[in-house]
Unconditional design. Structure first.
Length: 91
């Protein structure tokens, strides 16, 4: 259920990011941080990408646009670490 709810929040967060609504985008994407636990990701449930890795990949854009450059760098490093761990950017 967490993966499904986060899927909606993630898509809404990405939409907000592209509309320039960075505060709303950050709030929505941060709500999906609970997907760090792979049991909640829903991989194998018809998803073509890892929702946590996707959230991590877009969060740095939001943080950077809000002026949080150091946090953006940390989130980017976290995203790179996660995608390397998965050995595939899109699962």
């Amino acid at each position: 259920m967490l993966a499904r709810n986060c899927g909606v929040r993630r898509v809404n967060g990405l939409t907000r990011l592209h509309l320039g609504e960075f505060v709303a985008a950050r709030a929505l994407l941060d709500q999906c941080h609970g997907l760090a636990d792979s049991a909640h990701r829903g991989i194998g449930a018809g998803l073509t990408e890892d929702p946590y890795a996707t959230m991590l990949a877009y969060s740095p854009w939001t943080l950077a646009n809000l002026g949080y450059i150091d946090q953006s760098r940390l989130r980017l490093e976290e995203a790179l670490t996660e995608t390397r761990r998965l050995r595939h950017a899109q699962r």
